[in-house]
Write a protein that binds this ligand. Structure first.
Ligand code: NAP
Length: 266
């Protein structure tokens, strides 16, 4: 019996880092479920780019799936749609995330933004991971469904440990998200499911567009040892290393993809 093709579900894959991850996975032959929240045109564009990047034209499937990961009914529909379109998937990439709509000092910032960020950046990936894990565990008992060893990758941020007082809600959400990986890595090891966190530094996407001038200056002044913007491709390549099972005896690991931003220096 041959293994089914590799398939990844990448949340927030229409733009930015998620798109970069989808394209790099397409390059190594993965089919990709391209999740997006509202920007269907961007999701279609990502699908076209994946098709172009795929090594054997027409062999891999790429499907766009709208779902707001903060909503339970959308997460359920997302997983059902992946199952319907692909049969199964073996890589979950929790990438979708948002910054506050307005950066505000922590002495003034309101609860609405806090609740929104916790719902999208923490609750969404947490319960999507739970649901994916349960579906994989269920299929382990199905001898008719041979599979790959599934993996989970969560995209957090250097904001998990870096205090930005004008977007405390974002920092708190990323710090909370960072606990997802040790928790699920511990719980899922017995099922052969490895779990990883990728912690990006400053990456050129729509999210950082509004603060480009500020970050240009910080980067040129050496905020990280590697003096350049990170790219979605940088993150995509790290996800590929995990997808290719290059760390089989590692789980719960944090992989910093930040130009060395996290290093303490004197
Ligand atoms: P981005 O360019 O703003 O793209 C965000 C993506 O997430 C889009 O595809 C968007 O879909 C999707 N999305 C937003 N809300 C969603 C929801 N409720 N449900 C499903 N999808 C949703 O952001 P990015 O810079 O690529 O960031 C991606 C991830 O990396 C985020 O978790 C972010 O916190 C993290 N990160 C970014 C940086 C950075 O410097 N850029 C650094 C560290 C970590 P639509 O296109 O449909 O809106």
């Amino acid at each position: 019996m041959t293994n089914p093709p590799h398939v990844a579900l990448v949340t927030g894959a229409s733009r930015g880092i998620g798109r970069g991850i989808a394209i790099e996975l397409a390059r190594i032959g993965y089919g990709v479920a391209i999740n997006f929240a509202g920007n269907e045109a961007a999701a279609r564009e990502c699908r076209d780019l994946c098709q172009k990047a795929a090594p054997k034209a027409g062999r891999s499937r790429f499907e766009i799936i709208q779902a707001d990961i903060s909503k339970a009914e959308d997460r359920k529909r997302l997983l059902e749609s992946v199952k319907k379109n692909f049969g199964s998937f073996d890589l979950l990439v929790n990438n979708a995330g948002v910054a506050p709509s307005v950066r505000a000092d922590i002495l003034e910032a309101g609860e609405e933004s806090f609740d929104r960020l916790i719902a999208i950046n923490v609750k969404g990936p947490y319960f999507l991971t739970q649901a994916a894990a349960n579906s994989w565990i269920a299929s382990l008992h199905d001898a008719k469904q041979p599979g790959h060893r599934p993996k989970i990758v969560t995209i957090s941020s250097v904001s998990a440990f870096t205090a930005s007082v004008n977007r405390g809600d974002y920092c708190v959400s990323k710090a909370a998200l960072s606990m997802l990986t040790p928790l699920f890595a511990t719980r899922l090891a017995e099922y052969g499911i490895n779990v990883y966190e990728i912690r990006p530094g400053i990456i050129a996407t729509d999210m950082t567009g509004p603060v480009k001038a500020k970050y240009d200056k910080l980067i040129s002044e050496g905020i990280a040892p590697i003096k350049r913007w990170g790219t979605p491709e940088d993150i995509g390549r790290a996800v590929v290393a995990i997808a290719e099972d290059r760390f089989p005896f590692s789980t719960g690991e944090v992989i910093n993809v930040d130009g060395g931003f996290h290093l303490r220096r004197l």
